[in-house]
Design a protein around this ligand. Structure first.
Ligand code: TMP
Length: 203
């Protein structure tokens, strides 16, 4: 595949969406053909699945939750990500398979190898060329979410700690692909670090 695939990961409130959008605008200004998506979501069906997943009134078993995230992913990979990469575009995705490994695997205890096997079907074996893991201490991140918390944000501090530790483990397993960027108080500085990594590893 000719295109390039960049994903963003991180725990709650780390500024992932802002930073990934800033990168999208930067690459577009430079003249690249870029597609921007978020997960779960990006296409109609996956956005509907997102609503189910984040609704605090839903009680969803860990396996069902894992399968729903994978189902949302399979649709967006099929409809958008794969075709865009074939056409040589740059795809930026706010979250991807590493989120399921961190949140459902390390966070909820769903078998990691099972998630990897399921993931290789759902993603049609498409892997990011670069994954930016935006790291922010859990307490700082959750502080941003005081008025409304979705089903996942409502989980315990200990749960979110396991997710963060899970990301570090994933980073240690694949240091070439997963780059840890500490979130800076000044968002322009964080963005500068991200652009440097993208210019070095992707462009
Ligand atoms: P967002 O807040 O970054 O848009 O992501 C939605 C929530 O879904 C967030 O709490 C992380 C969670 N999530 C998982 O638990 N597993 C996954 O596979 C994905 C993609 C997201």
């Amino acid at each position: 595949m000719k295109g390039r695939f960049i994903t963003f990961e991180g725990s709650e409130g780390c500024g992932k969406s802002t930073q990934s959008r800033l990168l999208y605008q930067f690459l577009k200004r430079k003249g690249y053909n870029v597609v921007y998506l978020r997960e779960p979501g990006g296409v109609r069906i996956s956005e509907k699945i997102r609503k189910i997943l984040l609704d605090p009134d839903n009680h969803i078993a860990p396996l069902c939750e894992t399968l729903l995230y994978m189902a949302a992913r399979a649709q967006v990979v099929h409809d958008v990500i794969k075709p865009a990469l074939f056409k040589g575009r740059i795809v930026i995705c706010d979250r991807f398979l590493d989120s399921t490994l961190a949140y459902q695997g390390f966070g909820l205890g769903v078998d990691i190898n099972f998630i990897r096997r399921l993931g290789s079907f759902a993603t049609e074996r498409i892997k990011p060329d670069l994954t930016i893991f935006l790291d922010l201490p859990i307490k700082k991140g959750l502080r941003h979410r005081v008025l409304f918390k979705d089903r996942i944000e409502k989980r315990s501090y200990q749960y979110h700690l396991r997710v963060r530790k899970g990301y570090f483990k994933l980073g240690r397993l694949e240091p070439k692909r997963i780059k840890i960027v500490r979130v800076d108080a000044d968002m322009r500085q964080t963005q500068a670090k991200i652009r440097e990594l993208v210019e070095k590893h992707v462009l």
